[in-house]
Design a protein around this ligand. Structure first.
Ligand code: BES
Ligand code: MN
Ligand code: MN
Length: 450
């Protein structure tokens, strides 16, 4: 252990520079024009695994490769899988960045770049933790680092199917892709929400029409879409789609109490959002609303003229991109069906709807008291100098349920500060958290459960 930690001490600067180089690669999996960049990111992380003594490969499929690496030191020792993603969200809107998203800078102890916290920093940290152990690595490790987490890709699922037997020796999968609970306070996150994407297009006239000549005589698709979307919630902020909540597990009293005791700084949370106030479903706390209740969100809404000045038209169509966040018990496909039925049955007169179903993933809920979970918590505590909080989070990591089906227990390590602006302009990551995450990996890999 000491030797591995010493190795980290001696390599701070080199490790940090590696992360900065990694962050320079715009591996935006949602955009085909960045495929070559994504592949460079895959090669970059593979090279780090190579350097750490792993036997590595690319798993190719319909999309971007999944990088895998194995270091099997002793079949009698336990095996841990480590998952992460090398892709990042698009950096748009670009004009809101204080420094360019793929030209990382360090200011006030924070790295600024797209993907620094989500997830290049934490996932690289665990690779480097393995490197710190050198030839003395105390357990078997298998890394799986995919390139389509942020865009609903499926290559990693095929990897898990094809390589199921390779993973059979592992009981758990560590994932450093979540925030802690406060600055310097890590978390073991035992719940994630699932997701179900739906896109709806409202179609009206065959072309954009003069709004003077035709206005008042045909349905306006943008107005129709606005009315339609307004029916998704009731006055209490609850999703008003019939069948949407089917199977959704309520929050029980034990958990309510547990969540209410989290050291959650609601004022800081509000300040971070920049919103005038926190609002949401009646009868639930902010933490419950954002992690343990299902939602429907409009991610994008467009149609008609968006250019400079004014243009007097009735647009021929308008579109909204929706995603639902799901809690344990909800079936993502059934939720998509329920939303589609709701939209169809609430469509205003005079328009036609086109509905497309997007990616889905169920929610995840884990037991934070298993031997592996306790080992992960102990490692976080040693690395950060304080106990890891037990949290539920509202985001989704689609592959988590596939790992579970493959018999692996997901261990979601919350290693960075809340409010690092993942998916937003000016994403950041504290250098200290990068180093702490490497330390957490060193401790975890050094002390598997008995
Ligand atoms: N790391 C996040 C998931 C996450 C967010 C976990 C917050 C814990 C707290 C992940 O990279 C992510 O953003 N996932 C997407 C998945 C989607 C594109 C299918 C998400 O949640 O939007
Ligand atoms: Mn992530
Ligand atoms: Mn993300």
């Amino acid at each position: 252990m000491d030797a591995a930690l010493k190795h980290l001490e001696r390599n701070h600067d080199r490790f940090l520079n590696l992360l900065l180089d990694y962050l320079k690669i715009p591996s935006i999996s949602a955009q085909r024009k960045h495929d070559a960049d994504s592949r460079r990111a895959a090669e970059f992380i593979r090279a780090r695994l190579d350097e750490a003594g792993f036997e590595t490969g690319f798993f190719e499929g319909k999309g971007l490769p999944t990088v895998h690496g194995a270091r099997l030191v002793d079949t009698k020792k336990p095996t841990l899988v480590v998952y992460g993603h090398y892709d990042v969200q698009p950096p748009d809107p670009l004009d809101l960045w204080e420094s360019p998203p793929f030209e990382p800078v360090i200011e006030d102890g924070e790295i600024r770049a797209r993907g620094c916290a989500d997830d290049k920093g934490p996932s690289l940290a665990l690779v480097l933790a393995a490197a710190c152990w050198g030839k003395d690595l105390p357990m078997n490790l298998r890394f799986v680092i995919e390139g389509e987490e942020e865009s609903g890709g499926t290559v990693v699922y095929d990897y898990l199917k094809v390589h199921r037997r390779d993973l059979a020796d592992a009981k758990a999968v560590a994932i450093a892709d979540a925030p802690g609970i406060a600055r310097g306070v890590p978390a073991l996150c035992y719940g994630l929400r699932g997701i179900a994407a739906v896109e709806v297009t409202v179609k009206g006239p065959a072309r954009d029409l003069h709004s003077g000549t035709y206005g008042g005589s045909v349905a306006n698709p943008a107005t129709a879409l606005a009315r339609l979307l307004a029916t998704l919630h009731d006055a209490k902020g609850c999703v008003a789609v019939q069948g949407f909540h089917e199977g959704a597990r309520p929050i029980d009293d034990v958990e309510r109490k547990r969540l209410s005791k989290l050291p959650f700084d609601e004022r800081a949370f509000l300040a971070d959002t920049g919103s005038p106030a926190l609002v949401g479903e009646e009868g639930f706390t902010t933490w419950e609303r954002r992690t343990a209740r299902p939602t429907v969100e409009i991610n994008g809404i467009f149609g008609g003229y968006e250019g400079e000045g004014s243009k007097t038209i009735i647009p021929s169509r308008a579109t909204a991109k929706l995603t639902c966040r799901l809690v344990p018990g909800q079936d993502p496909k059934r939720v998509q069906d329920a939303v589609a039925r709701h939209l169809e049955s609430h469509a205003p007169k005079g328009v036609r709807l086109e509905i497309a179903r997007g990616h889905t993933a169920p929610a995840a809920y884990m037991d934070p008291e298993t031997p592996w979970a306790k080992a992960a918590r102990a490692a976080l505590e040693r690395a950060y100098g304080c106990p890891a909080a037990l949290t539920r989070e509202g985001g989704s990591i689609p592959v988590v349920s596939a790992f579970r089906e493959a018999g692996l227990e997901p261990l979601l390590l919350g290693t960075y500060a809340p409010g690092e602006k993942a998916h937003s302009p000016n994403e950041r990551y504290h250098v200290e958290d990068f180093l702490a995450c490497i330390r957490a990996g060193i401790h975890f890999f050094g002390a598997p459960p008995a």
